[in-house]
Design a protein around this ligand. Structure first.
Ligand SMILES: Cc1ncc(COP(=O)(O)O)c(C=O)c1O
Length: 279
């Protein structure tokens, strides 16, 4: 596979990041994972908007870099003959030549891709973990920075405990999101998901699911959801660019996942159609 490394197309094994790149040194970077189906990016505009918002939040210059993404992405798809993949775009602050907090070069851009791994549509287990035990970056609006240490540690701990994903509970007892996915609940035909005010990542798939749910006549609410309330929910699922909709369960929770299964099917149909839905 050819990687795009800041202006150079190079074999993945040979791709290099300069040692003094701020992204490498300090996690001073942003990234997006974009779903490609049938050679077409899913909701590219939404990903670019989120990256733009992240750049504003961390005061990273580079409007022209953002506008160059669609054409680099197109070239990436053609050069690597990509049909279905998870494409990763990464922007780092660039090379630091003086003080580490002041980058003296332009931001750098990288693009790579990996296979979409098929997950089972059967419910997977989640565990609830306290956010205070993990260093999670929470800006509002949330940014997708290269700083995922807390997310990765929680994910590892969840997997070691036999779960697929951790679900974070913040200091006030509210559910926020998973390590790399958003979470949804359904109660009395109302779709509930933690509000972005909590610093939750506004997932591209989260947005799409809310639209699909409204089209199905479900009420949709971005809410404050207490961990204590989850046992009374009718259904629960997680969402991301990689897995789409994935029903979840935990100790003592049972559901028929009636709405979740329909939403999952509707989303998969959108993916399979190769539509750049919403862009
Ligand atoms: C913390 C977090 N929340 C939610 C998501 C889901 O976002 P999306 O639907 O854009 O894939 C991700 C994806 O990487 C994530 O890292």
């Amino acid at each position: 596979m050819l990687i795009y490394a800041n202006g150079i197309w190079v074999d993945a094994e040979q791709a290099m990041v300069p040692f003094n790149d701020q992204g490498f040194l300090y996690g001073d970077s942003l990234f997006e994972t974009i779903r490609i189906n049938q050679g077409r990016p899913f909701r590219l505009e939404k990903h670019l908007e989120r990256m733009h918002s992240g750049m504003n939040t961390i005061h990273m210059q580079g409007e022209s870099l953002l506008t160059s993404i669609p054409s680099i992405l197109k070239a990436f798809i053609i050069k690597n003959m990509v049909t279905d993949a998870l494409l990763r775009v990464m922007i780092t602050r660039g090379i630091s030549r003086g003080s580490p907090w002041i980058a003296e070069s332009e931001p750098s851009i990288y693009m790579s891709a990996r296979r979409i791994t098929k997950t089972s549509s059967e419910p997977v287990k989640v565990i609830f973990v306290k956010e205070k035990n993990y260093p999670i970056l929470r800006f509002h609006p949330a940014i997708k920075s290269g700083n995922y240490l807390g997310n990765m540690l929680a994910k590892k701990d969840a997997e070691a405990a036999g779960a697929f994903e951790p679900v974070f509970v913040n200091r006030d007892g509210y559910i926020t999101e998973c390590a790399i996915r958003n979470i949804f609940f359904i109660k009395d035909d109302v779709l509930l998901t933690p509000a972005v005010e909590l610093g939750v990542l506004p997932g591209v798939i989260r947005d799409t699911i809310m639209e699909l749910a409204r089209q199905k006549g479900l009420k949709v609410r971005e809410a404050l959801i207490f961990q204590d309330d989850v046992m009374a929910m009718d259904e629960a699922f997680i969402s991301s660019t990689g897995v789409g909709v994935l029903p979840v369960t935990w100790e003592g929770f049972e559901s028929d996942y009636q709405h979740s299964r329909v939403l999952s099917m509707d989303l998969n149909k959108l993916f399979e159609s190769g539509e750049s839905y919403g862009t």
